[in-house]
Design a protein around this ligand. Structure first.
Ligand SMILES: [Zn+2]
Length: 321
């Protein structure tokens, strides 16, 4: 019998007999980890000060090259090791392999082998083909730690092509003679919208400077976003890609693009929707599913009730396998 403890609260602490792995930490852990994994560069998956403190004690922090460019552009953090899809960290006690998570530039999912048990940590993921990025592929697992951001059946989004068509017809219809702002998360959906508008319309595309910084990183890693101009304000006849949080005066048509805007916007998200979560779980075929982030309990109940999967919840999980 092998025992593992998993602590989930502002990060995931996976504790085996011989190895402790900390993933996506927002706070300092109570025990020293042997290594830290950062899945991607969204700020709800790491705290800069926490990474600084942990790395200064000699613990190695693994993240992709693109994540590092965003999280630690001046390379001030100590003990950072870059790991990219297809690469492995191997020791006598554990193996960690990185895979593309298809969520944002440089996003990773991890397959972790500890005492002959295969853990998969999906991080935020997306399985759908889009105009940029490669989709993630589900990984088989014994224990699946899966993102449950949209872990409720109500969060089923239309197919990407339908969302793209809806967005493009709205921009063509309204955007040719008035100011129109498309509000998106500045790292993720904003780059997808830039690429879509620049490649599928003849309109000049304007991008807010705060977003353009991330556009450049996507382009550095080979993503094609097309032609756009950097501007701080919207202009008539030119769709404007802006931050989700930005407020606009009444005369400007503003459309939020996020999975949370199913009624008052367009549900374009970098996350997989509920259907993708279920699809991932079925294809991963785990012995136990542990939802991480979002609707953890609700997803657990659904997976157990509708599909008969064993699930675990709460802050402290003890697994005897
Ligand atoms: Zn994310």
């Amino acid at each position: 019998m092998r025992q593992f403890r998993i602590h989930i609260s502002k990060g995931v602490f996976l504790e085996g007999d011989a190895t402790n792995i900390l993933i996506d930490p927002l706070v300092l852990p109570s025990k020293r980890p042997d290594l830290v994994l950062v899945s991607h560069a969204h700020s709800d998956h790491y705290t800069p000060g926490v990474l600084r403190r942990i790395s200064s004690t000699g613990v190695r922090i693994f993240m992709s090259t693109a994540s590092r460019m965003i999280i630690d552009p001046k390379k001030r953090l100590k003990n950072v090791v870059e790991i990219n899809p297809g690469e492995k960290i191997e020791s006598e006690k554990f193996t960690v392999e990185a895979f593309d998570a298809g969520h944002i530039i440089g996003s990773l999912q991890f397959r972790i082998e500890l005492a002959d048990v295969t853990f998969v940590y999906t991080g935020d993921f997306n399985l759908e083909k889009r105009i940029i990025l490669e989709p993630a592929k589900p990984l088989s697992s014994d224990v699946l730690l899966i993102d449950a951001t949209y872990g409720l059946p109500v969060y089923v989004f239309p197919k990407r092509q339908e969302i793209y068509s809806q967005l493009l017809s709205l921009v063509r219809e309204k955007g040719s003679d008035r100011e129109i702002a498309l509000k998106a998360r500045k790292l993720g959906v904003a780059q997808e919208v830039t690429a879509l508008l620049s490649m599928a319309t003849d309109l000049p595309v304007l991008v807010e400077p705060e977003i353009a910084v991330y556009n450049e990183i996507y382009e550095k890693f080979g993503e094609i976003l097309g032609r756009y101009a950097i501007n701080n304000n919207p202009s008539r006849g030119a769709p404007f890609v802006a931050r989700l949080s930005r407020k606009f005066p009444r005369g400007i048509q503003s459309i939020p693009l996020t999975g949370w805007a199913m009624k008052n916007g367009i549900p374009l998200s970098s996350h997989g929707d509920f259907k993708q979560i279920i699809d991932y779980v079925r294809r991963s075929s785990p012995d136990i599913v542990i939802p991480v982030c979002g609707f953890r309990e609700e997803l657990s109940s659904y997976l157990l009730g509708e599909h008969g999967f064993s699930t675990a919840n709460g802050e402290e999980i003890i697994l005897n396998l």
